[in-house]
Write a protein that binds this ligand. Structure first.
Ligand code: FAD
Length: 471
């Protein structure tokens, strides 16, 4: 093939595309993007049919192209909030993004190609159609946009055994297998399991025909705190609640209580010990709906499903033979350990500001284009691993606040952040005079220094995450 490029981006999901889009806008470079899949968009190609973004479309995708029309939904579980794209919307959007990038003449998309790693003659990629292996000469950097590759029910290997007589399907098949009077058991604790339960209820399945098998109980954010644009004061209020809870908390339990008491975090069952936290969000309507399901099995992780019983970590339960098990137990976000984002010859895309994956990929590209030294780039973009449990919350938010505290001293970076459509706080200056926004900013500024100090005592910083100049 004999191809050369400045940057080789490995992974054509939201992260790889948001990085490529931002880099091509900021630097006169050539970018080649390689992905195993036949279509750009990453895991969105195989999501369950009734999925939607859990965040508003307004700050998802790439920096140069809006996703959706920023409409406020009038009905349904998202009523009153900004629209959230469906899986199909997201797939179409990323196809358009890839087309637009290709039209720059500086972007080359290599689909159905697998990156194998570096070799003596360049980066090795295998054409999955022919099996041939080619070398790509990379003049600047390889960009690892798959380090945090999501695990989804359609492609993961279920971490439990299934007897031949048992009925288990991935959540993707749910609309096809729904039958009148059927019984369902939803496996999983996170947002996908909530979506499956909500979808069943929304499609007329009575709550008593659903069993929910939850290995852990999960914390969620209330979606009202993630509404941008004209409702941006709500985002600021959420951040102020984080800072206030962080400044006053004496333990992880106390922190969780404070976040729950102010409505910042919600959970399906407040009477039950809740440990999981993946940074996903729900509306109060979704929460009220799934709370109708009373048959909840909490015996730890599923080990084996048989026709008439299910075996779990801490016991077993009888299963009626007609029950269909819906697998929603994939990991979702990958909580791989943090590693420096800028390395010699390599960029490893990771979270910097929490819960903003597209913003982060675009931010990292901006910094790559406008800073020379890796130490400086890593100072501005320290890695911030995805959370798995509420214990990860203090470290996650303080890493965000520390990173963000360095940006105002960098005028070009601040200007880029202020103007980026991927920045969920973009419209705050426009609404800064509103009393709610003013009060939230004041509360945030008052509490955040103490919160950083105090939360530091509640979280052990994972090895390798301390960056020079951290304060
Ligand atoms: C169901 C779901 C809903 C989500 N909703 C939201 C949301 O509403 N808002 C939000 O901000 N975030 C959301 N997220 C989180 C995150 O933004 C998305 O998952 C995002 O699309 C992740 O993109 P990615 O590029 O990091 O990973 P992926 O989409 O997993 O893409 C990685 C790509 O790398 C490719 N790849 C891996 N290894 C190789 C190799 N060796 N060679 C070539 N290609 C390779 C894979 O084929 C894949 O296409 C959601 C996540 C999930 C799972």
């Amino acid at each position: 093939m004999g191809m050369n490029t400045d940057y080789l981006v490995v992974g054509g999901g939201a992260s790889g595309l948001a990085f490529a889009d931002s880099l091509l806008a900021e630097a006169d470079v050539a970018v080649t993007l390689v992905d195993r899949r036949g279509i750009p968009g990453g895991h969105w190609q195989q999501v369950y049919p009734f999925v939607r973004l859990h965040t508003p479309s307004a700050f998802y995708g790439v920096n140069s192209l809006a996703l959706g029309d920023d409409r406020i939904d009038q009905t349904g579980e998202n009523a009153g909030f900004y629209e959230r794209a469906t899986g199909e919307d997201v797939r179409e959007y990323f196809a358009r993004v890839a087309e637009r990038l290709t039209r720059t003449g500086r972007f080359h998309l290599l689909l159905r190609h697998e990156h194998l790693g570096g070799g003596p003659d360049g980066e090795r990629v295998r054409d999955l159609a022919t099996g041939e292996v080619h070398d790509i000469g990379v003049r600047r950097k390889v960009v690892d946009a798959r380090y945090l590759e999501a695990s989804i029910p359609a492609t993961h290997i279920p971490p439990f055994e299934v007897a031949p007589s048992a009925r288990v399907v991935p959540v993707n098949d749910l609309p096809e297998i729904t039958r009148p009077r059927a019984l369902y058991a939803v496996l999983g604790s996170g947002k996908t399991a909530v979506d499956a339960c909500f979808w069943l209820l929304d499609n007329g399945v009575e709550p008593d025909r659903i069993r929910w098998i939850r290995p852990r109980d999960a914390w969620f954010h209330d979606r009202r705190h993630f509404q941008p644009l004209d409702q941006v004061a709500g985002i600021m209020e959420g951040l102020a609640l984080d800072a206030e809870a962080g400044a006053l908390a004496s333990s992880i339990g106390d922190l969780a209580d404070r976040l729950e008491n102010t409505g910042r975090l919600v959970r399906v069952d407040p009477s039950w010990s809740t440990t999981m936290y993946r940074g996903t969000m729900l509306s109060s309507r979704e929460l009220d709906a799934v709370r109708q399901i009373k048959d909840v099995l909490r015996l730890g992780r599923v080990r084996r499903i048989e026709a008439d019983r299910i075996l779990l970590d801490r016991g077993e339960a009888a299963v009626r033979p007609e029950v269909v098990h819906i697998d929603c137990a994939a990991l979702g976000l990958n909580n791989a350990p943090g590693t420096p984002i800028f390395q010699p010859d390599r960029i490893v895309l990771q979270q910097v500001r929490h819960l903003s994956p597209c913003f982060n990929a675009a931010l990292i590209a901006f910094v790559e284009a406008h800073r020379d030294e890796d130490a400086d780039k890593n100072r501005l973009c320290p890695p911030n691993p995805y959370p798995s449990s509420i214990e990860d919350w203090p470290g996650m938010v303080t890493r965000t606040w520390r990173a963000e505290s360095r940006w105002p001293r960098e005028p070009d970076l601040s200007a880029w952040v202020a103007g980026s459509r991927l920045n969920l706080l973009r419209d705050l200056p426009e609404h800064a005079a509103e009393p709610a926004a003013q009060a939230a900013v004041e509360r945030f500024v008052r509490h955040v220094p103490t919160a950083i100090e105090r939360l530091g005592g509640l979280s052990a910083l994972p090895a390798g995450l301390q960056t020079p100049g951290q304060h």
